[in-house]
Design a protein around this ligand. Structure first.
Ligand SMILES: Nc1nc2c(ncn2[C@@H]2O[C@H](COP(=O)(O)OP(=O)(O)OP(=O)(O)O)[C@@H](O)[C@H]2O)c(=O)[nH]1
Ligand SMILES: [Mg+2]
Length: 309
């Protein structure tokens, strides 16, 4: 993490630069909760920014009245809102950016906990985790879903987190400058983790409390969860192409060759033609070859990009 303090070149005196802290809140139809979230966040930061993504209710007006700066855009999704908030933080030259949800599930009074961890541990990103202790009262299937996605995303990073899907996070200036999210939906949380890891940024977790009492999107969470898991696997497969494509590819080639061998043996011994074995062998061999070539291309591209970086 870059230090926001520096030394005057002429006098050698330490200059304390202003540490601009932003609380950044994606909000979609949150007129009932956004006012309290903004008001409770304001004492802990310099500015509160709400990204209202084409809400059909009065989220923008209520947030502005509560003291937030509101970015308004057409609805593109949680990830697009997070991306706009990163852009805003870069433009403001923010030293610290906190992201938290606008539905009141995160407790703004825990913002100092995240900021203190970021500065005292000198890391680039702090994730507020629901699962570092047992205080989170989420339903069993939600916990299981998040843990499955977290295990998949941990496979693609250099660190092990307990909650890869938490939206309550703190980012240092280095992280704000380095991370340019592109995922428009909820998979952005995984995408950011992979980018933190790829760029060699450091990370820590702190336990946070999350409320599941109010209006949560239970009915959509299964669809969200499956979508995020599929995207997580996509990211991780690009990171480990040899395991994901190369090993299944080789296995298919071997099975195809064995089938081809049985076909040849039957033909040479009895002049019998097993069309099933012949077709199966050709299809499996070709599929295996395609997967293996994909693995090699992705592996070479990943190495090339790593070298260039
Ligand atoms: N700007 C913007 N914000 C969004 C969008 N979708 C969700 N959000 C906000 O992102 C935050 C998290 O979204 P939720 O739907 O609550 O996701 P979640 O907390 O993982 O799911 P639940 O536990 O069911 O509440 C909330 O503050 C939402 O208002 C969107 O399309 N645009
Ligand atoms: Mg929520």
């Amino acid at each position: 993490m870059r230090n926001s303090n520096s030394y005057d070149l002429h006098t050698g005196v330490k200059v304390i630069l202003d540490t601009m802290k932003l609380a950044c809140i994606p909000a979609y139809n949150e007129e009932n909760s956004i006012s309290e979230v903004v008001k409770k966040s304001l004492p802990h930061v310099d500015k509160v920014i709400v990204c209202d993504d084409g809400s059909s209710d009065n989220t923008a007006m209520v947030a502005r009245d509560a003291g937030a700066i509101v970015i308004s855009q057409t609805n593109q999704g949680y990830g697009a809102a997070i991306s706009s908030l990163f852009d805003y933080a870069r433009k403001e030259n923010a030293q610290i950016m906190i992201t938290l949800d606008g539905d009141g599930q995160h407790n703004p009074n825990q913002i100092p906990l995240l900021i203190n961890t970021l500065t005292t541990h000198n890391v680039d990103v702090v994730i507020g985790s629901r699962f570092l202790d047992d205080s989170t009262k989420a339903s069993g299937y939600r916990k299981t879903g998040i843990k499955i996605i977290t295990s998949a995303s941990n496979y693609g990073t250099n660190f092990k987190v307990s909650d890869s899907q938490s939206g309550f996070r703190a980012y240092s200036k280095d992280a704000i400058d380095a991370i340019h999210p592109t995922e428009q939906g909820m998979s952005v949380s995984t995408e950011i983790l992979l980018k933190i890891s790829n760029k060699g940024l450091s990370m820590a977790e702190v336990p946070i409390t999350v409320s599941y009492e109010g209006d949560t999107s239970e009915e959509n969470s299964l669809t969200h969860g499956v979508g995020v898991l599929v995207n997580t696997i996509k990211y991780v497969s690009i990171k480990h192409p040899l395991q994901f494509y190369g090993i299944p590819g080789l296995a298919l080639i071997i099975v195809g060759l064995i089938l081809g061998g049985t076909f040849l043996e039957a033909y040479l011994n009895d002049q019998t033609i097993f069309y099933g074995s012949l077709l199966g062998s050709v299809v499996l061999f070709l599929l295996g070859a395609i997967l293996s070539v994909t693995a090699i291309i992705l592996f070479s591209m990943a190495n090339l990009i790593r070298d260039r970086n």
